[in-house]
Structures are given as structure tokens and as C-alpha cells.
Design a protein around this ligand. Structure first.
Ligand SMILES: [Zn+2]
Length: 159
């Protein structure tokens, strides 16, 4: 899946204007690889400790890039990802005129699969105010398109 594809499979079917998906990696799809700064990665982990999420999410998302075993069940082969890293949190980061949405597994993809997120996302993480602070929600509101009713409603409930 292209990190800029806008895929929002983990969110309910609502209004996604201004939402940019980052780091939704999947086996069989190319993604950018490289090094990231330690400062960026430490900040990313900090923001992921208690990320604000506007909606409940269903189930865990497992890494399917890790080596896996196949198991046979009733004559068919299935991929066994039970031992793979997984997560069910999402991280929302205010960008410049957009909101980035990244899965919790991005903290695994970067060191273990050499994923290199787009530079503008890395900068947004470095610039992001403390999670759940007034400044965070101000930045989120400032960068959400005015006509996005879903996001505006989420912020109304929070503040
Ligand atoms: Zn993995």
C-alpha cells in the first residue's frame, strides 16, 4: 500500500478530507526505505505512548512483513502471523493543512523493516505539540479542512 494512498481501513466510513495515511505497509507493496533520525524516532515513540484517537478501532493489525510460517488447516495453507508484532493504536499528527494518520506498527516498521516515512511527516512529528495538550488540539483544528464535519465533531467532543 502506498503510504500516501489515503487508505483508512481502520477508521469508520466517514469523511476523510484532509487525512493522509502514513506507514500502512503491506507485503507485496513497495515502500520507501532508509534511515531516520534518532530525534524523530524518539519523538514518535513518545507520541505513541497515549495517542489521542477519535474513534474505537476493531481488532489488532499484525505485521505481515516479518518472516512467517505457513500452517495447514483442513488441507489449505495459511500464513501464521501469531508471533508477529501487532498493534491497534493509531497516531494522528497535525501536518500543514492536513492530518497524518499512522498505525502503531510504524514503530516496528522503521527499525525492523527500514521504513523511511516521507520527510514532511517526520518534520510534523518533530513539530507536534505534546499529545493531548491544548496546543495539540489547536494544531489539529488548524490543519483540519473547515468543511470536514467528522473531524470537527470529534474535536467538539474533546474540547
Ligand atoms: Zn515486521
Amino acid at each position: 500500500m502506498d503510504p500516501f494512498s489515503g487508505s483508512t481501513t481502520a477508521l469508520p466510513p466517514t469523511d476523510y478530507a484532509g487525512l493522509v495515511a502514513i506507514g500502512w505497509l503491506e507485503t507485496g507493496h513497495k515502500y520507501s526505505q532508509g534511515e531516520v533520525s534518532e530525534e524523530f524516532y524518539r519523538r514518535l515513540l513518545e507520541l505513541l505512548k497515549h495517542p489521542w484517537m477519535p474513534c474505537a478501532l476493531l481488532g489488532m493489525h499484525g505485521c505481515d512483513l516479518c518472516p512467517f510460517q505457513e500452517v495447514e488447516m483442513e488441507g489449505e495453507m495459511f500464513r501464521d502471523t501469531r508471533g508477529s508484532p501487532s498493534g491497534n493504536l493509531n497516531l494522528f499528527i497535525p501536518g500543514r493543512g492536513c492530518i497524518y494518520a499512522a498505525p502503531e506498527l510504524i514503530k516496528h516498521y522503521i527499525p525492523d523493516h527500514k521504513y523511511a516515512p516521507p520527510e514532511e511527516f517526520c518534520q510534523a512529528v518533530l513539530d507536534c505539540p505534546a499529545m493531548n495538550s491544548d496546543d495539540y488540539f489547536e494544531a489539529m483544528k488548524r490543519n483540519t479542512p473547515r468543511n470536514n464535519r467528522t473531524w470537527n465533531a470529534a474535536f467538539r467532543h474533546r474540547i
